[in-house]
Write a protein that binds this ligand. Structure first.
Ligand SMILES: C=Cc1ccc(O)cc1
Length: 181
């Protein structure tokens, strides 16, 4: 994607794949000015995916965007996107229980909100496990606003390669079913 980001409107609707310097691979979509969706492909909670997470979104300066949110698990996230530089700085603040039982959170979270709330009451929160890392963007595309096709399937091995190879979405950024291939 060759585009110079400047305004907030340049950012909203963008779909990213990136790899943190610790090797964790994430996929994230700015669905609109107050909502994101994401899939986790590598790292402590690989396999987890979430749609329609409420976020706070600000343009910090031309082409620099800050996104923050708090999750049903109690995990807090702060991301600074610098798409013109191909970089993101992310800080994830995991409750102690997520580090100790990451498998509980590996699911399509939207279908398991009660389970997340139960776990955050049952297990310990502190000390938090803080993960501050830069990430390198490996894919960036304009998926449009409120596109429910961007993140609508459980992550599988090779999914990010398929997306980068242009095999995952059609010309309207609709998900091409693998069965139809
Ligand atoms: C915990 C969620 C999360 C989503 C995207 C990202 O870059 C970091 C954390």
């Amino acid at each position: 994607m060759k585009k110079e980001f400047k305004e907030l409107s340049d950012f909203i609707g963008t779909h990213f794949i990136y790899t943190y310097d610790n090797g964790w691979e994430y996929e994230w979509y700015c669905k609109n000015d107050h909502t994101c969706c994401y899939r986790i492909h590598g790292g402590m909670v690989a396999g987890r995916w979430v749609t329609d997470q409420e976020i706070n979104l600000f343009k910090i300066a031309d082409g620099i965007y800050k996104v923050t949110w708090t999750e049903p698990t109690g995990t807090d996230v702060a991301l600074d996107f610098m798409p013109n530089e191909g970089k993101i700085n992310g800080v994830i603040f995991f409750p102690k229980w997520v580090k100790e039982h990451p498998e509980i959170t590996v699911c399509y979270q939207n279908k398991h909100i009660d389970k997340m709330h139960e776990a955050r009451e049952k297990y310990e929160t502190y000390p938090k496990y803080v993960v501050p890392e830069f990430a390198t963007i490996t894919y960036m595309a304009d998926a449009g606003i409120d596109n429910d096709d961007v993140i609508n399937e459980t992550p599988y091995e090779g999914m990010t390669d398929d997306i980068r190879a242009g095999k995952f979405y059609d010309e309207n950024y609709k998900h091409v079913s693998r069965k139809a291939e």
